[in-house]
Design a protein around this ligand. Sequence first.
Ligand code: ZN
Length: 342
Amino acid sequence: MSVEFIAVDIPKEGELVEVATGIFWLRMPLPFDLDHINLYLVDDGDGYALIDTGIGTKRVEELWELILAKLDKGISKVIVTHMHPDHIGMAGFLVDKFKVALYMSHSEYFVARAISAGSRGASDWQDDNYLVRCGMGSKYIADAQKNRRESKGVGQVIRPIPVAFERLQAGASINLGGELWRVIIGRGHSPEHVCLFNDERKILLSGDHVLPIISPNIGVYSTEPNANSLEMYLSTLPPFLDLPSETLVLPSHKQPFHGLHSRVEALLAHHHLHLSNLRAFCAQERSIKECLPILFKRELNQHNMFFAIAEAFSHLNYLYFCGDCSREIGKDGEYLFKTKEA
Ligand SMILES: [Zn+2]
């Protein structure tokens, strides 16, 4: 099962590439292993509607100045698919510059406001407890606590979020330049992720919900340790199989592609394979940490480890909530998952 990338050059920093009539692709850098995010500008009549904004760094602000100087008209709408900093980071900057509306789903907007505001001094024993339940050991937990207290938080890479927004919700449509884009909600990667589908032209702005090559992170984090994120992801992917197979997909990472159905099938199969490998591995009691090598073959650095633990947690919670595994607490406070006899 494979996808077919469209035959256009990947835009260099500060450049725009037209991927469909009136739809322009640009890239902004990210300081991670995944080193870029794709943004899209859609002709909206007297301006361009922007889909996602880039992480809130000085470098991205400079690139925005470069891009804006090249455009023949301004930004008319700022649409953000979900609250992760690479998507929402520069939203406030652009909304203020053009005095236009910010369009998001209700959950994504308020979660973004909350995470960028930080804990406001609330105690963080739940963050420690989460890592204890993951079986991470006292050294890792002490280091994580130190990092948490010293870091200035995710608010550093998110420009102040506008105090008002326009709500995008499932089933509604937004008019961009006289064309309707239907809102389809995905869950699991983030709480209420917005995808936009143009039925007329068969174009999907998929955000991070459907990505080529890589699988979006599906995590359980300390904020909601009993979340069943993977169930949410697996149940909000199949509706994309109802969209036309020839749909052009414009994702937030890697490249625009055709092959939506095979990509959705591959993402479903990827998680089901992980689940069946974990069921076999948990024939004996296993902690979340012990399960990491089952999901990740590569070496994990500190940044990756944060997401890897969350990803393993989401798979094991899935098995627990569907009744395939038991979940007990071990002698060091760690969760121990064990597959039930068939
Ligand atoms: Zn994301």
